[in-house]
Design a protein. Sequence first.
Length: 364
Amino acid sequence: MSKTETIAPEAADAFKMYESAVASAVTYGEKLLKGAEVFTGLDCDDVNKTPKDLVLRMDKVQIFHYRPMVKKPSAVPVLIVYALMNKQYIMDIQPDKSFVKKLLELGQDVYIVDWGYPTDADRYITTEDYIEGYLGDAVDFIREKHALPAINLLGKCQGGTFAAIYASLHPEKIKNLVTIAAPFDFAIEDGLLFKWSKYINIDLLVDSFGVLPGDFLNNTFIMLSPYNLAVGKYINIVNSFDDPKALGEFLRMEKWLFDCPNQAGENYRTWMKDLWQENKLIKGEFVLGDKKIDLKNITAPVLNVYGLKDNLIPASASKPLLAVIGSKDKEEASFPVGHAGIVAGTLSQKEIAPKIAAWLKERS
C-alpha cells in the first residue's frame, strides 16, 4: 500500500515565492545583459544640437542665435532667458523634443542666453549685474541688430522672474513677454522648497562658500523627493534597458540634471533673501541697485505659462503675476506637466510650444 506525501501549505507558499524570486533574478539578469548591448550602440550626442551661432560674448555669458528654419521668420525675434541654476540646453534636449527647434519650425526667430559657469572670480556678481548688465546688453544688441525698438522676451523659471523684472524697468524695449514656470509669489506653502527656504541662513552660506557649489544646490533639489530622485528612478530604468529610445532619453536628462553651474554668491544672497524669504517682488518692495521694481510698469502683452504638476515651482507661485502687472493684454495657460516636461516633454511639442509661437505671431 503506497503512501501519498503532502506538502504543508506554508512550505508550498515558500516554494512559490522562491520560484518567483529566481524567475525575477533571471529576468533582471537578462535585462542587464541586454542593457550592456544597448549601451554600446547608444548615441546620446544629440543634446543642444540645433544649429546656432555665437553672436555676443560678455565675460562668461554667451548669446546664441539659432539659424531660422523657415524662409520668412518672425520680424520680431525672441530672446530666451533660462535660470542660472541649470543649463539652458534643456530647451534643446534632443531633436524630437527640442522646444527651440519647434519654435523655429513654427516661424520664430530665436536667441538664447547661456549664463556660463561661474568660478570663484564671480562671487561678487550681483542680481543687478545679471539683469541690467548681461540681460540688458543682450536685449540692446538684438534690438540694434534687427533695427527694432523692442523685442520679445521668453523666460523660464528664474529666467522668467528676471525677464519680468527687466520688462518692468524697460517696458519700451519689450514687445511681448512670455514666462514659463516662473516664481513670483514666494510666500506660498505648496512646495517643500518654498517651506525650507524660509529657514536657511543665506548669509552664512554665501559668506562661507563665496560661490555656491552647483552640486550642493543639486543635492538640495534631490532631497525634495529623495527616494524617487536618488534611488527609484535608477531601479526603474532597468525595465527600459532593452529600449534604446527610452534609455537615451533617460541619459540625456541625467546629463542635464547633474550639470549644475556654481552660483555667484552676491546674486544668490539677493535672490534668496529678498525674494524667497521676504517676498519683496510681489509686494512691490524689491530694489535692484537703486531702482525700486514695480511690476505694474510691465505694459507689454504677457503670456504666463505654468505646469499643474510642477513640484519645484507650483502653479500657485506663478499665477499671481497677471494680477500685479499693468498690461491690458494678458493671458495665462496651464498644462498637466512638471517643471522640466513643460519645455522638454511630449506635450511641450504638441501643445505648449505651438501655443507660445501662435501667441507671439499674433502680436509680432
